[in-house]
Design a protein around this ligand. Structure first.
Ligand code: RIB
Length: 290
């Protein structure tokens, strides 16, 4: 398949637990609600790109279980090509255990499951792509395979460094852009700089990639491309329900728009608007109304 966006990343079943506040170490809290649904940064980003009209393929892995089969069906309903999703026998599909507090903020612990086997064998596949998108929820081998594939077909490589950092630092200069949230940027730059512009400069100097996007939640995002730095303001929303997966919507839409030929600023403006929508719904990736 000729994809516009090829995503190499994780598929998880999200187990969401509502809490009045996040617990302290050693503390037990009662949940205010629970739910389950499709997730995984790779799958979320692939679906977000497909939902804005891009032709998307996902390279990933699920366990040989009903959860994995349902995850694949959900991706197909979003129009994502899953021919590069492996079924791994003897391990469960990945799960993410997500606490969401009353302000919509989350903390996530991922049990990698089959994603540990998400080696994509892209070099021998007949797929092609304009944009290749990776995150850090799959082994580094899958990322380096994806980067080689991107070079082979002349695709742009987008690296979303979430979580930080599985890949060695010398992997990141290939990213154009590198996409991080503030927390990830601080870790990657080994900095405590709270000014996003200086932080972006520190990150560019330390890693040496062509462009970086720092997502700033309710403050929008900041782009740095060469010497140019630009802020994109957030789109206001009436009520934040759940921030889970909003970053994935941002990255997926950014990838889709870059593959369609937008410049980084235009693509980031679209991505900010879509991410604002995403905080108004519960869960990483609710089914779309048809
Ligand atoms: O970014 C949100 C995602 O992170 C969730 O869907 C969860 O699966 C974790 O991977």
């Amino acid at each position: 398949m000729d994809a516009e966006v090829l995503v190499v990343g994780a598929i998880n079943q999200d187990i969401v637990i509502g809490v009045s506040r996040h617990p302290q170490p050693g503390e037990t809290l009662m949940a205010t609600r629970t739910s389950q649904g499709p997730g995984g940064k790779g799958a979320n980003q692939a679906a977000a790109a497909a939902r804005v009209g891009a032709r998307v393929a996902l390279a990933s892995a699920v366990g040989d279980d009903e959860i994995g089969r349902e995850q694949k069906r959900a991706l197909e309903r979003d129009g994502v090509d899953i021919s590069l999703v492996r079924n791994v026998v003897g391990v469960p599909t990945g799960t993410a255990h997500i606490l969401v507090d009353e302000s919509g903020e989350n903390t996530i612990v991922v049990a990698q499951g089959a994603n540990a086997y998400a080696m994509s064998s892209l070099e021998t596949s007949s797929h092609r792509a304009k944009v290749v998108l990776v995150q850090n929820e799959v082994p580094f081998g899958a990322l380096s395979d994806a980067a080689r594939f991107a070079r082979k077909c002349g695709a742009r490589l987008i690296v979303n460094v979430a979580p930080v950092p599985e890949a060695p630092l010398d992997f990141y200069p290939q990213a154009d852009p590198l996409v991080v949230n503030e927390h990830e940027a601080l870790l990657l730059a080994e900095s405590d700089n709270t000014d996003p512009q200086s932080l972006a400069r520190e990150l560019m100097a330390r890693i040496g990639m062509r462009s970086v996007v720092i997502t700033l939640g309710a403050r929008g995002c900041l782009l740095a491309e060469g010497d140019a730095i630009r802020s994109i303001p957030a789109v206001r929303v009436d009520e934040v329900v759940d921030t889970t997966g909003a970053g994935d919507v941002f990255v997926g839409v950014l990838a889709a728009r870059l593959s369609a030929g937008d410049g980084l600023i235009e693509a980031a403006e679209r991505a900010v608007a879509s991410a604002a929508d995403a905080v108004t719904w519960a869960g990483a990736r609710p089914e779309q109304a048809t």
